[in-house]
Design a protein around this ligand. Structure first.
Ligand SMILES: NC(=O)c1ccc[n+]([C@@H]2O[C@H](COP(=O)([O-])OP(=O)(O)OC[C@H]3O[C@@H](n4cnc5c(N)ncnc54)[C@H](O)[C@@H]3O)[C@@H](O)[C@H]2O)c1
Length: 335
């Protein structure tokens, strides 16, 4: 029988998709999540899984009983949330990760995957954008990417024969999840296309972004726990489908929405401000290590989202639950 997985952040956008896939693969799963955005996404599985509603900053040995693998997705998951409360962000994303990893090591839990972020590579829109590899020097500045980078650094220091972390630097994610987010670039474009018939592009759309579908992210984490750990221990791996300029993304989303809905979508390009994230990264390592690479294109994902958000009645686009920072501010939930 397959082992029991602790899936932190299992009620989140990526976590909810991972949860479904893990159960489908026959894993037993315990979700560890403080349910910042509620539990709607895990409700269908409530009888099949264990759930610990708790803050990662307070995780303890008892939470790891009978667990043999950890997939760590929990955390504040974008720049606006990190900037809203930088102290909480550091405590959750960096110290929470270190605390969890130390407990795993102490408890003999070897397999560990970590959801880091490709935003660590950001060099700013005004710098020449070269393709960056996992072993290059990075100098993140924003609280969110700094918190992820510091967590990575500590995980790498802990890696040894008894603790085998693998770190995925995930590109910005797109696609349908039962815990839907419309605050991610492709999903935002789809939302405004449907809601307003327009797609808004800032900074002329010249900025580069590595992007990846949420199903592919989930698959990568599962592959990473199934491949012999010798190959993966202490590896940092970029995880994305391709690098795109934001304007190119807008045209892709527009084409699919126009084809599928027969409506005309206008792209509105603003050439200011000149401040945005921009980075291009290399995708050779993931294929070498996992013998697999992300497969789901923006076009396929947008087509699927159109179907799913209609079917699941997620067209109440102004609902704050789809936007992490709006939700935190409106609900007034303390981080
Ligand atoms: N979505 C992306 O584009 C993207 C890109 C790169 C990296 N990541 C990383 O992947 C992970 C998952 O992202 P997501 O898009 O699913 O985010 P999300 O915000 O939808 O989900 C995060 C989950 O973590 C939980 N959580 C937050 N703080 C917690 C705490 N203190 N204790 C316990 N649980 C807590 C939340 O309740 C939520 O269910 C995050 O670590 C994020 O930083 C996401």
């Amino acid at each position: 029988m397959k082992g029991k997985i602790l899936l932190t952040g299992g009620a989140g956008y990526i976590g909810a998709v991972l949860l479904k896939k893990l159960l489908h693969c026959g894993y037993k799963v315990k979700v560890f999540d403080n349910l910042l955005f509620g539990e709607v996404s895990i409700k269908p599985y409530i009888n099949k899984i264990g759930i610990t509603k708790k803050d990662i900053r307070k995780i303890s040995k008892n939470d790891l009983i009978n667990i043999n693998t950890v997939i760590h997705q929990a955390g504040l998951s974008n720049d606006p949330m990190a900037e809203f409360d930088p102290k909480a962000n550091f405590e959750i994303n960096t110290l929470g990760t270190i605390r969890l990893a130390k407990l795993c090591k102490e408890f003999g839990i070897k397999r560990f995957t970590f959801a880091s972020s490709a935003s660590i590579y950001n060099r700013g829109i005004l710098k020449r954008t070269r393709v960056q590899k996992e072993d290059g020097i990075v100098k993140p500045k924003a609280p969110y990417s700094v918190s992820k980078y510091k967590a990575e650094t500590e995980l790498l220091k802990m890696a040894d024969a008894n603790f085998a972390p693998i770190i995925f630097r995930q590109g910005t994610v797109y696609g349908y999840s039962p815990r839907m987010r419309y605050d991610l670039v492709v999903n935002t474009m789809l939302k405004t296309a449907l809601d307003k018939g327009k797609i808004y592009v800032f900074c002329g759309g010249v900025q580069w972004r590595p992007l990846v579908d949420v199903e592919d992210v989930a698959t990568a984490h599962i592959k990473a726990i199934e491949i012999p750990e010798k190959k993966l221990t202490g590896q940092i791996v970029n995880l994305f489908y391709d690098n795109y300029r934001v304007l190119e993304v807008a045209h892709k989303v527009k084409a699919v929405v126009e084809r599928e809905t027969k409506k005309t979508i206008k792209i509105i390009v603003d050439h200011s401000p000149k401040k945005d994230r921009s980075y291009r990264i290399s995708n050779t390592k993931v294929e070498k290590l996992l013998r697999w690479r992300p497969k789901i294109s923006i076009e396929t994902s947008v087509k699927n989202m159109l179907k799913q958000i209609k079917f699941n009645k997620m067209e109440d686009f102004s609902n704050p639950r789809y936007y992490n920072i709006n939700w935190i501010k409106q609900v007034g939930r303390k981080l």
